[in-house]
Ligand binder design. Structure first.
Ligand code: FAD
Length: 402
């Protein structure tokens, strides 16, 4: 155990849900001195505070992947946690609807995956669907997933952070990691910190941090912005839980959907627009010349190779830039929706999607890589919020403190 001032057994970069849950797990398991640093003035200011808040149930993921393994347990544990802490949830579940006959084989595949992953789902005919979601549209069949729930991610982040502080984890905010210093030291804006082991949970910047430690040279984060609308209060469309489309399983995103939050507001979204800047929440904000040039080059390569049907993702998402394009997607899911029902929604979130630059592939499973006295969480994409508790245990199991 390190005892000198500004020396910690573990230095965690990033106070999103992944950094906070890993820090708590390290403290609980090893009684270690753990410091979490974040460049922002508060915790969870990026993906962890800006997501849809859906606690996924384990429907989509290929069997034997980390997502399949960790999501079902994560859903159960996060719901237990919210109940124990009195954090409100909408537990009305979710329906996945077919927009054409072509969706039906995929619906069957999702049903199979749910069973294999240990989650629960039921195939519904339109009559049974109406009982659960009166306004949902479907063709022949829909899938009902009762374990899906919705929380306010900011409430969960606040609660987990309070727990971590009470357990003895230290936080230093407004404190960006800058670069590696001497062996087992990191330079931050608030001085040099010595550590026994560094844990990189830097989300949109996780590749950059990893590269500085000689890890994951063939990985790069590609940011995708998720824009939300919401249903105006006067809308005739009644959404009780979640209405999702059958997704294109070749793409990493689930498509525009309806989600009723615990406060009653119904969000519609998110889109998934590839960006030139890692934190390009609005206009050209967060865009830097060096990063953007690299992003343009890389998007060009993806476009050319058309891997993972990148062209179809990009084309679909470009249509979502207009309200009318977005409305068309949402209209396919809910009866009675009119364009005026969609009004500006909550602030957007940006997905830190990992790409393998050798193969031009968008990676779908979680990726964690080990480096010298360091561990790098490189693809904590959805459903990492849902899976965060068992995911933190998995990452800590992988760590070897030399
Ligand atoms: C639009 C959208 C919708 C989503 N919906 C869902 C959903 O419904 N359900 C679900 O389970 N998941 C969902 N997700 C995914 C989920 O939000 C993420 O998987 C999860 O929040 C990732 O957490 P994280 O801690 O890895 O990243 P983040 O929350 O982004 O945290 C990374 C942290 O690192 C900090 N950081 C970066 N660089 C530095 C540096 N140099 N020095 C110090 N700190 C640094 C950042 O400030 C940030 O606080 C969604 C994501 C998005 C964007």
């Amino acid at each position: 155990m390190l005892v000198a001032p500004n020396a910690y057994d573990y230095l965690v970069i990033g106070s999103g849900i992944i950094g906070v849950t890993i820090a708590s797990e390290l403290r609980r398991r090893h009684g270690a001195r753990v410091l979490v640093i974040d460049k922002e003035s508060g915790v969870g200011k990026h993906a962890s505070g800006r997501n849809s808040g859906v606690l996924h149930a384990g429907v989509y993921y290929k069997p034997n992947t980390l997502k399949a393994r960790l999501c079902v347990e994560g859903n159960r544990r996060m719901k237990d946690y919210c109940r124990a802490k009195g954090i409100p949830m909408n537990e009305h579940g979710k329906v996945i609807v077919a927009r054409s006959e072509a969706d039906l084989p995929i619906l069957q595949e999702l049903y199979q995956r749910t069973q294999t992953n240990g989650a629960t789902s039921t195939l519904l005919d339109p009559g049974a669907l109406k009982e659960i979601e009166p306004c949902a549209k479907t063709v022949s069949q829909a899938l009902y997933v009762k374990d899906t729930a919705v929380i306010n991610p900011e409430r969960v982040m606040e609660s987990l952070t309070n727990d971590a502080v009470n357990e003895g984890v230290e936080f230093r905010l407004n404190c960006p990691w800058v670069e590696p210093a001497d062996a087992c030291k990191a330079r931050t804006s608030q001085g040099t910190v010595a550590y026994g082991h560094l844990v990189n949970c830097a989300g949109l910047f996780a590749d950059r941090v990893a590269h500085a430690y000689g890890v994951g040279a063939h990985y790069r984060i590609l940011p995708f912005r998720g824009q939300f609308y919401r249903l105006r209060r006067e809308s005739q469309v009644n959404v009780r839980g979640n209405i999702y489309p059958v997704p294109d399983l070749r793409n990493p995103f689930l498509g525009v959907h309806f989600t009723r939050r615990p406060d009653g507001e119904v969000t519609v979204g998110p889109s998934a627009l590839p960006l030139l800047g890692r934190e390009q929440y609005e206009g050209w904000g967060g865009v830097t010349v060096g990063d953007s040039l690299a992003m343009v080059r890389f998007l060009g390569r993806l476009w050319k190779r058309n891997k993972d049907h990148f062209r179809s993702i990009a084309w679909t998402e470009l249509q979502n830039l207009s309200l009318t394009g977005f409305f068309r997607k949402a209209q396919g899911l809910a009866k009675g929706l009119v364009e005026e029902d969609l009004v500006a929604g909550k602030s957007p979130g940006i997905r830190a999607q990992l790409v393998n630059t050798r193969t031009a592939e968008l990676l779908s499973d979680f990726v964690v890589e080990a480096g010298p006295r360091s561990t790098h969480v490189l693809n904590a994409v959805s459903p990492a919020f849902t899976s965060s508790m068992p995911f933190a245990e998995y990452v800590v199991d992988l760590m070897r403190c030399e």
